[in-house]
Design a protein. Structure first.
Length: 105
């Protein structure tokens, strides 16, 4: 990964932050340096991806404001749990429930 977003920098930022908002360029770098483990079309907010970068797993999603958010997980199962929770809400949204996702919690 180039100097835009290094693993060392990611780990340091995740010591104090629950999620990171990253740029399109940083996402491109992360995608080049990681393995896409799972990808799901939300049908409303682009794709949610589970990425593996060295020993860490990340969930990458887009907010309703178009921001790219990544969250770090210690294992794939925890990342998949959040992805499944998100997809349940997206399915309800697709059906017109009026529910919303708080991406910033």
């Amino acid at each position: 990964m180039n100097s835009i977003l290094s693993l060392k920098e990611l780990n340091k930022r995740f010591e104090t932050e629950k999620y990171l908002i990253i740029s399109d360029e940083e996402l491109t770098d992360l995608l080049k340096s990681s393995q896409i483990i799972f990808e799901q079309d939300t049908r409303l907010r682009d794709f949610i991806k589970i990425l593996k970068f060295e020993d860490h797993f990340y969930l990458q999603e887009k907010t309703n404001l178009g921001e790219i958010i990544i969250r770090q997980f210690k294992n794939k199962a925890d990342a998949m749990n959040l992805l499944n929770d998100r997809m349940e809400i997206y399915d309800k949204m697709w059906d017109g429930c009026g529910c919303k996702i708080n991406y910033y919690e």
